[in-house]
Ligand binder design. Sequence first.
Ligand code: SF4
Length: 245
Amino acid sequence: MLSRTPEDVRARAAAAADLTALDAAVADCYACPRLVAWREQVATVRRASFRDQEYWGRPVPGFGVPDAVIGILGLAPAAHGGNRTGRIFTGDRSGDVLFAALHRAGLANQAASVAAGDGLALRHTRIFAAVRCAPPDNKPLPVERDTCAPWLHRELRLIAPTLRVVIALGAFAWAAWWPAMTAVYGRPAPVPRPKFGHGAQVTVTGGPDLLGCFHVSQQNTFTGRLTPTMLDEVLARAKGLAGLA
Ligand code: SF4
């Protein structure tokens, strides 16, 4: 059943009994007209190097294990990455950096993430985005963020029994965490809200720890703002907080 309005999103998210049902419902969402038009335009026009490929062109569900102790919260799928392959952080440079680090940390069975069905599997970890459709210029509008939030909140609720730590990739994900924490765990955001920073950590009683990490975008990794070592350190801390180290 398709979701075409914010009310549909809230109702279908609430009705998803497990992650399989949630992932299927997410993929059938058409609630943000601007993002639907963009994801489909990108999938139709295509980048020259992917012209012979069939793009996914739909919302991108979370990926990983249902009993995750570590959650990785991103911004949104990339136009020619997740929007092409149908799997989050798959088929783009950001994913190359992230999955290589997860593999070094023992949280992924392989370093490469090129396409759905490539054999990649995560351990103890689930990755999801605050907004499930690729936005123009990687900038969702506030109304799109809010419309999409019930998908994130439901996903968090379904993995809440095991989840111990969330890594927010970038300031957008960091900001998206606070309403999620209130919706899922019933905890108000600290006042004033803790500022995003690489390595920032917030502990709230009754909810998972939150760790800040610069986003794995090319803008950060190509300039050296985020190095593999910095990413390794965040993942090591997350493993420690999650009781895996
Ligand atoms: S961004 Fe979220 S709410 Fe909007 S159409 Fe995509 S999946 Fe649906």
